[in-house]
Write a protein of this length. Structure first.
Length: 237
């Protein structure tokens, strides 16, 4: 891949961050849901696609796929995710965690047959979960207002911008065969949706508000490495 393809998106990220920081500075500390009208409309659009397309496909996938194979597929994508986690822990200066992430990728990609078997966890190597949005948050970049993205769902200004570098940290990006990449992205979307089926049963009241609040709490939890602020109820989380 040409180096210019890597530099241009990163320049775009920092330009957007610069404009976003000015906007957020003018709005003070309040970074809740000022775009609720737009967000609810986008939420309804995404919810319709999920209900009539992704959810039926996911249920069919779970019906025909043996549990052991389904677990293997999830392990495979988790192993790919460890690559991004390794990079982000390195960017955050968490060298010990980054070494564990690298060890997980090495052991699971070899002894674990490309990650289909999670041998690293059996060896006691801890799994982490980091993305570029968390890296920015670690270095003090505010999340900005809540934002629902088309197709991608709950986000915020910081995490939405971070999708660009996250894209370049994803090993699937570098597959030479485009068809294979699209197939893997599709299967990963179904796998991710499958993992959320149990959690979906917890949703109560206004669906939009519940998912928004859960997302914001979850992101704060991840950015702060499990240390939840006083404004969150740890038991309910």
């Amino acid at each position: 891949m040409n180096i210019k393809h890597l530099v241009k998106p990163l320049v775009l990220v920092f330009l957007i961050l610069s404009f976003s920081s000015v906007s957020l500075a003018n709005s003070g500390e309040e970074v809740g849901d000022p775009w609720e009208g737009f967000n609810r409309a986008m939420f309804s659009f995404n919810d319709g696609l999920d209900r009539y397309v992704l959810l039926p496909v996911t249920k069919g996938y779970r019906f025909v796929m043996p549990d052991m194979v389904e677990k293997g597929v999830n392990n495979f994508f988790e192993n790919l995710g460890d690559v991004s986690t390794f990079i982000n822990n390195s960017l955050q200066g968490k060298i010990g965690y980054a070494a564990q992430d690298l060890a997980r990728v090495a052991f699971n990609s070899t002894f674990g047959l490309l990650g289909f078997i999670d041998v690293a966890s059996g060896m006691g190597i801890e799994k982490h979960d980091e993305d570029f949005g968390q890296t920015l948050g670690y270095w003090g970049v505010e999340s900005g207002p809540y934002l629902v993205l088309p197709l991608l769902g709950p986000s915020n200004v910081r995490d939405g911008i971070s999708l660009i570098p996250d894209y370049y940290m994803d090993p699937i990006t570098y597959l030479d065969e485009d068809n294979a990449a699209w197939w893997l992205l599709g299967i990963r979307a179904v796998d991710t949706r499958s993992q959320l089926l149990k959690q979906e049963k917890l949703i109560s009241g206004d669906r939009y508000s519940f998912i928004r609040d859960a997302y914001l709490q979850r992101r704060e939890f991840l950015v702060n490495d499990g240390e939840i602020g006083d404004n969150f109820d740890e038991d309910n989380f």
